[in-house]
Design a binder for this molecule. Structure first.
Ligand code: VGL
Ligand code: ZN
Length: 245
């Protein structure tokens, strides 16, 4: 099923659209506001993608405003009983690093047996401080950390399958065995690892909701616009932060 589009049918429903958030219980509480609230159940999981120093300001592959996702994700995470983190985790000789290819510059591409690969500055090297989670990210609620991109010859944007579209990370098995149904995705970068993770989860049959204000993009050659178009085609919902607050 290489290059297949996500199914455009069965658009993920936005739950709780008609619910309103009640005030605190008790005599002093005002009446319910009109703000729509997303109901979160124990079948829902928050998947926080690559909130690592190298993707934040000052990092080796800084995404503009990358660190701004941290307070947003921390806030949303309080609503979830299930949270999974991913961590980009490359060996120093990784195939996706431009300095490992003579005459190549970052953001140029090469052809590999699994397809076109963008070359990046060296980033998220295993054990380096750049590979650590942002210090303010609240990791306490996470039940699983999935490391990806650790094989020298294959990059992995998606949290579910590496860039060869075949090699599993193990996350799909975890989500299925835990009987989780809806994957809420946030993190970095919207147009690469968030996009591929959301699409793979959708293709695997999950409802998928991307929390746009808790993501930031790299935007290479219109990749953010392409991401939004693809989410629509896939039946991936895109929501703002206010539904979680
Ligand atoms: C990412 C490029 C290379 C990401 C990871 O997290 O979006 N992008 N490695
Ligand atoms: Zn990477």
């Amino acid at each position: 099923m290489t290059n297949s589009r996500c199914k455009a049918t069965a658009v993920a429903k936005q739950r709780g659209k008609t619910d309103t958030k009640g005030g605190l219980s008790g005599a002093a509480a005002p009446g319910p506001s009109k703000r729509p609230v997303m109901k979160i159940s124990d079948r829902d999981v928050l998947l926080a993608i690559d909130v690592q120093n190298d993707f934040c300001s000052g990092g080796a592959l800084a995404v503009p405003g990358g660190e701004k996702v941290v307070p947003a994700i921390n806030r949303i995470a309080q609503r979830f009983g299930n949270m999974v983190l991913t961590q980009d985790w490359h060996p120093r000789d990784h195939v996706s690093f431009a300095p490992n290819h003579v005459g190549k510059q970052p953001f140029q591409t090469i052809e590999l047996d699994y397809g076109t690969q963008v070359l990046w500055p060296a980033h998220c090297v295993q054990g380096s401080s750049g590979a650590e989670f942002h210090r303010d990210l609240d990791v306490t609620r996470a039940s699983l950390v999935v490391r990806k991109g650790f094989r020298r010859g294959i990059d992995s944007y998606s949290a579910l399958f590496e860039n060869d579209k075949r090699t599993p990370t193990g996350l799909l098995g975890y989500l299925r065995e835990r009987e989780l149904k809806t994957v809420f995705v946030a993190g970095l970068a919207l147009d690469f690892c968030v996009r591929f993770s959301a699409e793979d989860a959708r293709k695997a049959g999950f409802e998928v909701v991307v929390i746009e204000e808790a993501c930031r993009g790299i935007d290479l050659d219109g990749s953010v616009t392409a991401t939004h178009r693809s989410f629509r085609q896939c039946g991936i919902s895109v929501v703002g932060l206010e539904a979680f607050l």
